[in-house]
Ligand binder design. Sequence first.
Ligand code: FES
Length: 650
Amino acid sequence: MTRQVVFSPSGRRGAFPEGTTVLDAARALGVDLDSVCGGRGICGRCQVVIGSRPGVEARADRLSEPGPTETDYQGRRPLGQGHRLGCAARIVEDVVIDVPPDSQVHRQVVRKRAGVAALPVDPVVRLHYVEVPEPDLASPTGDLERLLGALEQEWGLGGLVVDPPVLRILQATLRQGGWAVTVAVRQGRDLFGIWPGFRDLALGVAFDVGSTTIAGHLCDLLTGAVLATNGAMNPQIGFGEDLMSRVSYVMMNQDGASRLTEVVRGALDELLGELVTEAAVDRGDVLELSLVGNPIMHHLVLGLDPRELGTAPFALATTSALDTPASELGLHAHGGARVYSLPCVAGHVGADAAGAVLSEGPHRGVRLQLLVDVGTNAELVLGNHDRLLAASSPTGPAFEGAQISSGQRAAPGAIERVRVDRSTLHPRFSVIGQDVWSDEAGFDFGAVTGICGSGIIEAIAELHLAGVVDTDGVIRPPIEPSSRVVASDRTYSYVLCSEPLIEVTQNDVRAVQLAKAALHAGARLLMDHYGVEQVDEIRLAGAFGSHIDPLYAMVLGMIPDCDLEQVSAAGNAAGVGAMMALLSGVARTEIEEVARVIEKVETAVEPRFQEHFVAALAIPHKTDPYPLLSELVELPPRPQPGERRRRRSD
Ligand code: FES
C-alpha cells in the first residue's frame, strides 16, 4: 500500500510504499536531506521531525517505532527532542516531514548582525562514508576500482579524479577500516582524502591578510559553525609600515619578495596552529582554506611578485580567483587541502574588497550603497544590482594614527573618543582599555599613551563644531583666551591632555584633511561615474571603519552627506567574505561573476579626482553644504565669499 509524503519546507511530495525510509523518499524526490554515512544510522545528519498540514496532523505513529538504530544511536550529533533519523524511520501512514535547517546540505546560517544576509553553507568539500566490497579471486578488480564503483553506486559520484597520496594509503586504509572508509571529495570531482571507518569532521580556515594584522577563522565546513577566531600581527611590518614601503623593499632587495612571502606564510601557518589548538582539533582536519587580502598581500602570500603593483598602471599578475594546494603555501593542513583566494578587482582594489562585496552584497539590492574599507589605502565600491564601480584612494596612514604628533595604533592607552565643550573648550575623552571617561572618577591619566585614528577624527570634528578649527582646517584661538588653544610657532595647537601632553597640532589637522579629502574625492568620483549626487547607504568596513563614529566621519567630511541612519559599520566585511567563500561554492561563483563586471575607476588618471580632492579639503566640504548632516548638528557658519577672516594678528 502506498502512503503520501510531503516534505517541508520544500513542499515536495510523492507516494511511497509503506515501509520506505524517509531518507529514501527524500532522495527519490530530490529533497535536500543531509547524509554522510549513506543511511547507516551513524552520522545523525538525516534528522527529521514529523510535521503537520490541514488533514494530516502531527502524530508519532505516522512513522515506524524507533528501532535499535535510533535507540542505540550515539553519534557526534545528538538526536534532538522529537527528532527521528530519516534513514531509520519508515513511513507507515500519510505524513508530513519537516527537514530542520541543520539537516539540509544547503542551508543558511543566520548571522547575528541585524539586517545582514544569511550565510549560505554549501561547502565545496563533502565527506562520504562508503562500504567497499572485499576483494574476490573470482572477480579480480583493484581496490581503487571497487572503491570508485561503490562511490558511484551509492553516492552517484562518477568520474572521480583521485589524488596520488590517496592511492598510496588506499589499501592500508580499506583494511584498517574493515572495508568501510570515509572519503573527502572536492566539488564532486576530486577525491583527496580517505580515512578508515566513519568520519564526520571537515574543517576549514578563512584568512584575512591585512598589512598590519592577520585574522583567521576556523569553521566547521559541514555546519558553518565558527569554532575559533584568532589574530596576529603581520610580521612584514618589520620590512615597512605601509604597503608601498614593502613594495620598495621588494624593489631594492633581490630576495625581497621571497623574504616577505616567507614571513607572511610563516605567520599564517602559526595562526593555523593556534586555531586548531584552541578548538582542540588537528591540522589534518583542515581540508579547505580561503584567503582575502589587498592586492599586495594577496600577491605576496601566493608568491607572486608585487613589483608591478608599485607603479602605474598597477598590473596584477591575475585578477582571477585561484585554487592553490595549501602545502605549496607552506601551510600545514591536510595534505590535500587547498587554498581558495578570492578574485582581485583591480590594481589597488584587492581580494579584500571582493570579500567585502560578497559580505555586504551591494549587487544584491536596489539601494545605492557606498562601501568603504578604510585603511592606508581606502578601497571604495559604489553601486547596486544594476551596476558596480570600484576605486581606491591613497588616504595614507593618518587614519591609523601615523603622521599625527601624538598618534598611535588603536591599542590600550590610545584616546579613541573625544568630546569638546562648546563654550569652555574643555575636553573629555575615553581611552582604549579604560571603562571610564577622563572626567569620571577612577580615570588613570598615567595610562594614556597617545591618540588613535578614531580619536583624532573625533577631536578634529569636535573642534570644528566648537569653532576652534575652521572650515579651512585652521586652528584659531577663541575670542576669550583659552588655556586649551596655545600658540606654537606660527600656528596654534589644541591641548587635549596636559599630563601626558597630547595635542592636536595644525600639522595633525592638515594630515587628516589630506587623508579625508582623498577618501571623499574617491567616493565623489565614483558618484560622478554613476551619475548621482547622493547615495542611499554607506557601509564603513574594516577594523578602523568599525571604530569610526559615523557622525564624526560626516562632520569631518570623510564621506559624502547621507542620512546618518543609513551610515553604519560593516565590521570585518572582508573576513566575513572569506568565510562565505570558504563555506559556499555558490558564494564563490557569485563573487567571481561580480568581480568580473565591477567597473574600475582609476583615481590616479582622473582629472576630476584632483578637483574633488581640493574641494574636499575643507571641513566638511568647500561646496557641498551637507544638508542632511545640518539637520542633526549645528555646523559653524561658513565664511561667505570675500569675507575677511580673522587672523591671529587681527
Ligand atoms: S544518514 Fe547517517 S544517520 Fe541517517
